[in-house]
Design a protein. Structure first.
Length: 214
């Protein structure tokens, strides 16, 4: 299992293949990711690498953070993310990873924070059908209906699907196809959509439930 990458979602567009097929793709911008720290089974109990990206001025960091990077003799980074890896894929501190870490035709998993929708009703949030349009129903056409019973059990069960906050949660989409790579500009073109808004941070890794190649 290799390390993943930290990327920024630029937005969606379309590309045309030589046979004329139109393919919707999401464009991800990958700034060079530096290995900040490596963790091994012997010392930490698991194998992982910590990546950092988006260099930032030391003056914008708290003193403990400045000392953390100074101790490693590395430029401070705004974004940090740890990826579990297998022992044979541990990388040395200071190693740079770019968009060329992935290749066209492979499958990846992309994780990010979904777009927040604010407070939403049961029909929008959980795809409820709502109440009837007539026959005695007035005012409450889009309500979720019965919430619970009366004396028995005398409460509303936990996890009851009701109106509430929608979106802005961690979402991982599995088995997305890498359509193409533009290593010179640090761009990855993912077929289909990925979680999150424009300019949102996402984490890309090799697919763990599918073969690496299409």
């Amino acid at each position: 299992m290799r390390s993943g990458l930290i990327a920024e979602k630029i937005g969606m567009t379309q590309v045309f293949e030589p046979n004329g097929n139109q393919v919707p793709v999401t464009v991800l911008k990958v700034s060079p990711c530096t290995v900040i720290e490596r963790k091994s089974q012997d010392v930490h109990g698991y194998d992982a690498v910590q990546l950092g990206t988006q260099e930032v001025s030391p003056n914008k960091l708290a003193k403990p953070q400045r000392e953390y990077f100074a101790k490693k003799n590395l430029t401070p980074c705004k974004m940090l993310k740890e990826f579990r890896v297998s022992a044979e894929h541990l990388l040395d501190v200071g190693t740079l990873l770019t968009a060329g870490h992935f290749e066209s035709g492979q499958f990846v998993d992309v994780a990010g924070t979904s777009v927040g929708k604010g407070f939403a009703g049961a029909m929008k949030r959980h795809n409820f059908g709502g109440l009837r349009a007539s026959h005695g129903v007035s005012v409450s056409h889009r309500s979720h209906g019965s919430t619970g019973n009366r004396q028995d059990p005398g409460k509303v069960f936990k996890n009851k699907k009701m109106a509430g906050h929608m979106g802005h949660v961690r979402v991982t989409k599995l088995n997305l196809l890498v359509h193409s790579i533009d290593a010179d500009r640090g761009l990855i073109y993912i077929k289909g959509s990925v979680p999150g808004p424009k300019s949102g941070i996402v984490y890309v890794r090799d697919a763990i439930k599918k073969a690496a190649r299409a």
